[in-house]
Design a protein. Structure first.
Ligand code: ZN
Length: 246
């Protein structure tokens, strides 16, 4: 195997590995997106539930006040009925005063009920707005989740194909070189192979010692960068593979 052939095989393998890393990175984001959608749906449901609970509390309060008012009105009627039976003017005046106080209180209770009824109308409108927003959110989320499901399926299919593609690319390499490449990949994610241009490693942007630059110019051995340990080569010195017949 010429150096060019070895580097071609390495780069073919690296292309598969880098592509897989990209796909894995995208796959890792999918559960995060799902969780974000879930949070949005929950928030819109909460706004709707809160408005509903507010209306229920309002209705409970109105029912309680209504019952109380009914009882108080009955009481006033009873008192008014008894007025005719009262013998002394003093007792009559006292009873009349009680009736007036009770009537005033009932008036207040009635005003409170009217206020609650007004508030209930506003709450009802808020519920309608919240419900509309909730339905919209849920529709949006459903569409987004379907898109994520579709993407996940594509990713799963692609990831399954990588095992086969990688095995084929790895088989093209001599085992010691494959081991060397794998060990670089284990130590750092990303590219394991770098060009050297103008005496600088393009992987780590550090200078290569002059004697190594000379070795790279000979282009007949696999070398590694002393700084980042990537496999390095001088692209100009390594002749490109002659293009085959089209
Ligand atoms: Zn380097």
């Amino acid at each position: 195997m010429t150096l060019r052939e070895k580097l071609d095989a390495l780069e073919a393998l690296q292309a598969v590995d880098l592509e897989k890393a990209d796909v894995l990175a995208e796959a890792a984001v999918i559960p995060v997106r799902r969780a974000e959608l879930e949070v949005k749906i929950k928030a819109s449901r909460r706004a709707y539930d809160e408005a509903k609970a507010k209306l229920e509390a309002n209705e409970r309060e109105r029912r309680g006040l209504d019952q109380l008012l009914q009882m108080e009105r009955d009481k006033v009627k009873k008192w008014e009925g008894r007025l005719g039976d009262i013998k002394t003017p003093r007792e009559y005046a006292a009873m009349n005063r009680e009736i007036e106080i009770a009537k005033k209180q009932n008036e207040n209770a009635n005003e409170q009920i009217r206020e609650l009824t007004r508030a209930a109308g506003e709450i009802q409108r808020a519920i309608e707005v919240a419900e509309e927003a909730m339905v919209e959110r849920e529709d949006e989320a459903r569409t987004a989740v379907e898109a994520l499901d579709g993407r996940q399926k594509e990713i799963d299919d692609r990831l399954r194909s990588y095992d086969e593609r990688r095995a084929a690319a790895a088989a093209a390499l001599e085992p010691p070189l494959l081991a060397r490449y794998d060990s670089i990949r284990r130590r750092r994610p990303g590219a394991a192979i770098a060009h050297v241009i103008g005496g600088t490693c393009r992987g780590c942007h550090r200078n290569i010692p002059p004697q190594l630059v000379v070795v790279l110019a000979r282009a007949n051995s696999i070398e590694t960068c002393p700084s980042c340990h990537r496999i390095i080569y001088n692209a100009e010195a390594v002749k490109p593979t002659a293009p085959g017949p089209a």
